[in-house]
Design a protein around this ligand. Structure first.
Ligand code: RIB
Length: 304
């Protein structure tokens, strides 16, 4: 692998309640089980990349509270370099309130806490970490100004940029134009571009200058679009226990495969396999697969 994978993103503690079905607005339902798991899209993708075999450094913020300590320790135990994870005084760590229904489908509300204070100025102090990175991984649970600054630094040092535009929001075309690999789900793609039809949205992105768009389709796999090709990569049929962090598993494993020199479609197969393994297990970070699990899963690929 050429350089490290740098993740600039969020770190949350997930507070998860299992329930038969999601409540309607104004309704109370009784849950069955409560658990906490380390999560956050940024931290999940960092751990996913590290477990897939990448050398990973993370820039982020946790609060000065017990969750912050646990979250930092969890990253370190997964071999993620946390030298650039700041502890923020008088602020809580990011928290995600998650409900999971009997089908493993989730709803998530995030209280950003310290993640909202990760600023463009913070990145100025960490500029040397961008140098020597092969890939920058970004999501949207930190301020957009910080995401934009991270992209600018990546461009300065010739680092490839992967953006997972989640949670969904409209994005400025000049930001999208600088992304090398955009990995949205269908909803995020529509909101980011303002275009509902997938192939029209991906073409508009190529027109802006985004070379590759990988639209994740849950159990249906992924739609890969470049100016030269449009390919549907089939999904895997697996028993679903918990869908939280499936997208993060995809992105982390995809990044490692790219950094190792695998081609685009092979990297998507890696991401797809990592996502499929993740939905079969509970929790965000605990469910993310090791490299050996991904290779074994692909060897026994039941779609062939
Ligand atoms: O992508 C899943 C993650 O979204 C959860 O771990 C939760 O923390 C939210 O950030």
């Amino acid at each position: 692998m050429s350089g490290h994978i740098l993740v600039v993103g969020s770190i949350n503690m997930d507070l998860v309640v299992r329930t038969e079905r999601h409540p309607k607005p104004g309704e109370t339902v009784l849950g069955t089980q409560f658990q906490t798991f380390p999560g956050g899209k940024g931290a999940n993708q960092a751990v996913a990349a590290a477990r897939s075999g990448g050398k990973v450094k993370m820039i982020g913020r946790v609060g000065n509270d017990p969750f912050g300590e646990t979250l930092r320790k969890g990253l370190q135990e997964n071999q993620v370099d946390t030298t650039c994870v700041l502890t923020t005084p008088d602020t809580s760590s990011g928290v995600a309130l998650i409900t999971l229904d009997a089908q493993g489908q989730n709803t998530i509300v995030v209280a950003s806490g310290a993640n909202a204070l990760l600023s463009p100025q913070d990145l100025r102090d960490f500029a040397p970490v961008f140098e020597g990175a092969s890939i920058l991984l970004l999501q949207l649970e930190i301020p957009l100004a910080t995401v934009a600054r991270a992209i600018a630094l990546a461009k300065l040092y010739g680092v490839r940029v992967i953006l997972n535009p989640a949670p969904a929001q409209p994005l400025p075309p000049n930001l999208l134009a600088q992304v090398d690999y955009l990995i949205p789900n269908q909803y995020e793609l529509a909101l980011a571009t303002g275009i509902e039809v997938v192939s029209l949205a991906t073409d508009a992105l190529h027109g802006l200058g985004t070379p590759a768009v990988i639209v994740t389709l849950g159990g249906n796999g992924a739609f890969v679009s470049t100016p030269e090709q449009k390919v549907h990569i089939q999904g895997h049929t697996v028993p679903v226990v918990d869908t939280v962090a499936a997208g993060d598993a995809f992105v982390g494993a995809f990044a490692v495969a790219l950094a190792e020199g695998k081609d685009l479609l092979e990297a998507v197969e890696w991401g797809n396999a990592a996502g499929a393994i993740t939905v079969m297990r509970p929790g965000a970070q605990p469910s993310l697969p090791l490299r050996e699990e991904i290779t074994a899963f692909l060897q026994n690929d039941r779609r062939k």
